[in-house]
Ligand binder design. Structure first.
Ligand code: EPU
Length: 420
């Protein structure tokens, strides 16, 4: 079993560069299936979710050439619509984007239903409602979802919840549909804009991404023959911002978009930390104990749920009693039991948690329950006194490129160890 062994506390100091966005990459890779041609993708994060997606594309007949660990060319001229991808698609959740893209490309798709996740029920009813409004028929049996459509025809779709996944999946299904599709109450996260920009670069006609109404005018074909560079990862940048504050450090975060980080910047300034913007870089520093805060996670541009556990580490040692209300997922406080093993004083009930700030954390063996919980535990280990061992690294490797190398380059002391 692999683990990270972290010796702390080490205030983080120096410069770190942000990779391409995971949640854009896992939508852009399946989006390449809509292209009848070749495209080049740059700034692709080197994470296990991306390599899994590349395996799926290759199983479907795509030809992939790696230029280096972050740049690939994908040739999707010859796709085998009948390839059996059920088992491989069960391995991770973002495989649901294959439904939208293969419906658009092949008119038929069969994938394993997204695997169980620790964040809550995670239904995909809104995705299905969207596909059916466009003219598809869907059936679920034996843990698989089968969707078919003789023809997809544009229509107006109102999303009851501004779901990231449903917005992107409906966008994918409607790019090659006949006529115009309107997604109302669309999600506005930066990676939605990035997927739309990618598709437009390849020949699609999508307008309004980043607002709550997206219009997709169906086109006959996506020709590709273009290069696209993935947007910097908002959540990775936010993770380093929060790590700087939790460790009482001073870092420069390069290759990030400060506009995407405004909700985090505002909270950090409110609790007494410092943030300065310089073009595509941010300096974040904090040399005293931050003050308490009340946080509610919300869809973009609100405070992101994917930074809630990392913010929880900051509040665990803040001065006073803080409250976090989780507005997106039912079970996103499992990391609090792990932080309590490190001396934190957190009580959670359902979608709220109360953080009674302690002076400092103490190292302990802890288990990551999901990707962002894992990032939070690393930050806790960097900030805590003594040795922290973080287990279940497969969650962390799904979504953070070279995480320990990046933290070590700014002063952390983290070793990846294979335990007998
Ligand atoms: N929902 C439904 N029905 C649906 C779809 C969503 O009820 O058909 C509900 C969900 O249960 C949830 C809310 O709507 O309560 C929002 O879910 P959303 O669809 O926006 O989430 P997602 O697309 O499944 C993406 C990210 C998550 C991130 C959320 C929220 C990807 C691959 N995943 O998930 O990222 O937490 O948006 O921003 O883009 C992560 O990166 O660690 C991660 C979990």
């Amino acid at each position: 079993m692999k683990k990270l062994v972290i010796a702390g506390p080490t205030p983080l100091r120096g410069e770190v560069s942000i990779s391409g966005a995971k949640n854009a990459a896992v939508a852009i890779l399946p989006a390449t299936l809509l292209i009848n041609g070749v495209c080049r993708i740059e700034n692709l994060p080197n994470i296990s979710d991306v390599s899994l997606y590349c395996d799926i594309l290759q199983a479907l007949g795509a030809k992939i050439t790696w230029h280096n660990k972050n740049e690939i060319t994908i040739d999707t001229r010859n796709i085998n619509c009948n390839a059996d991808i059920i088992e491989i698609t069960r391995k991770f959740r973002a495989s649901y984007y294959l439904i939208g893209s293969l419906l658009g490309r092949c008119g038929s798709v069969r994938v394993g239903l997204p695997g169980g996740c620790k964040l809550g029920a995670r239904p995909i009813d809104l995705h299905i409602k969207g596909f059916e409004s466009l003219g598809a028929t869907t059936t679920i049996s034996q843990g698989n979802i089968h969707a078919t459509a003789k023809k997809l025809v544009g229509t107006s779709i109102y999303l009851d919840i501004a779901s990231v996944g449903a917005t992107i999946n409906i966008m994918l299904a409607s790019v090659l549909a006949e006529g115009t599709t309107i997604i109302d109450n669309a999600a506005k996260e930066p990676h939605i804009v990035d997927v739309a920009n990618f598709l437009n670069t390849m020949g699609a006609d999508i307008r309004g991404a980043g607002t709550d109404m997206i219009k997709i005018h169906g086109v006959k074909e996506l020709k590709g023959d273009a290069t696209y560079s993935i947007v910097p990862d908002q959540i990775e940048a936010g993770t380093f911002m929060l790590a700087a504050v939790a460790s009482r450090g001073d870092i420069i975060i390069k290759n990030c978009i400060s506009k995407h980080l405004e909700s985090i910047t505002a909270k950090l300034i409110e609790i007494g930390a410092n943030v300065e913007e310089y073009g595509d870089s941010l300096r974040v520093w904090c040399n005293q104990r931050p003050s308490k805060a009340v946080i509610k996670t919300l869809p973009y541009p609100g405070f992101p749920t994917d930074l809630q556990p990392q913010m929880g580490v900051v509040l665990a040692t803040a001065d006073g009693t803080s409250i976090i209300n989780e507005g997106i997922w039912e079970s996103r406080f499992q990391y609090t039991a792990e932080l309590n093993k490190m001396g934190a004083n957190i009580m959670d009930q359902g979608k709220s948690a109360v953080f009674d700030g302690v002076e400092s954390l103490v190292g302990a063996p802890v288990y990551s329950t999901d990707l962002r919980a894992g990032a939070a535990l690393i930050i806790a280990g960097i900030s805590a006194h003594g040795i922290t061992e973080v287990y279940n690294l497969e969650h962390i490797d799904r979504g953070y490129e070279n995480i320990e190398e990046k933290f070590n380059s700014i002063g952390a002391n983290i070793k990846r160890v294979l335990e007998d």
